[in-house]
Design a protein around this ligand. Structure first.
Ligand code: KIV
Ligand code: NA
Length: 275
């Protein structure tokens, strides 16, 4: 299994880090088999797996439940789990209690937190407690209400300067990596060049140290349209729907199950049973 020092080395050697979300046993198993370097149990599970409108309703218990399944599916991959909405804002004691629960109960190797400001104290406290932390700047979906929608961040001089400063502060606070979401590629490139920790982009262009995408977007499963920054590499939905429709058809038309799917009794036993 790769560790935090391997990810630093990968950055130094300009070897790209491939990160992908996963939320359950089969997705984690496939991600590991595909050679993903790092799995994110993202709170995006609220949308792509649980069907919520945003990541806001996701709870600490949800994150633990899904991370446990991911760990069983990908026992040899570094697993980062999102701290969900408001689980690291009430007080440092509450933050540490939630972090302790997620790490001890689920076995996550690292936690991810969104935003700057007070969150820098969270990064340093968790890191001091021995928990590696991934920072997340740019578009931070837990703050979608404040940001006024899902849009590109850091497009003007002022917000770009603030993001550069926030990225530096996150590194100083001890973050092991930084996720940059929906950021102009020139700005993301500059931030990746300024930091010694890996910068993992999503909608941040190619000049960063790695990429992360949402599993269901990559394989197009349960999602009707994907954002501009996503590449869907296979359309699972079409294949799955086709298979499911054939199943329903064969049941209704008495085609399935065939003799080869069925079990039989010996003639002699049948005779003794029914005469
Ligand atoms: O929850 C998530 O999937 C994420 C990634 C998009 C970075 O935070
Ligand atoms: Na997330």
């Amino acid at each position: 299994m790769k560790t935090t020092s391997d990810f630093l080395k990968m950055k130094k050697n300009k070897e790209k880090i491939a990160m992908l979300t996963a939320y359950d046993y089969p997705s984690a198993k496939l991600a590991e088999e595909a050679g993903v370097d790092m799995i994110l149990v993202g709170d995006s599970l609220g949308m792509v797996v649980l069907g919520y409108e945003s990541t806001v309703p996701v709870t600490v218990d949800d994150m633990i439940h899904h991370t446990k399944a991911v760990k069983r599916g990908a026992p040899s991959t570094f697993v980062v789990t999102d701290m969900p909405f408001m689980s690291y804002h009430l007080s440092m004691e509450n933050t540490l209690t939630n972090a302790k629960r997620i790490v001890q109960e689920s076995g996550a190797h690292a936690l991810k937190v969104e935003g700057g400001g007070e969150v820098f104290h969270v990064i340093s406290s968790l890191t001091s407690a021995g928990i590696p932390v991934v920072a997340h700047l740019g578009l931070t979906p837990q703050s979608v209400g404040v940001l006024g929608g899902y849009k590109v961040q850091g497009k003007d001089v002022e917000s770009a300067k603030k993001m550069i400063q926030d990225a530096r502060t996150a590194e100083e606070a001890g973050a092991m990596a930084l996720v940059l979401e929906c950021v102009p590629m020139q700005l993301a490139k500059d931030i990746a060049a300024q930091l010694s920790i890996p910068v993992i982009g999503i909608g941040a262009g190619i000049d960063v140290d790695g990429q992360v995408l949402v599993y269901h977007d990559v394989v197009k499963y349960g999602v009707d349209r994907v954002p501009k920054f996503v590449q869907s590499y296979v359309d699972s939905q079409v294949l799955m729907k086709d298979g499911l429709q054939q199943y329903v058809h064969e049941v209704k038309e008495n085609i399935f199950p065939k003799p080869e799917h069925s079990f039989t009794m010996k003639e002699e036993t049948l005779h003794r049973l029914y005469g």
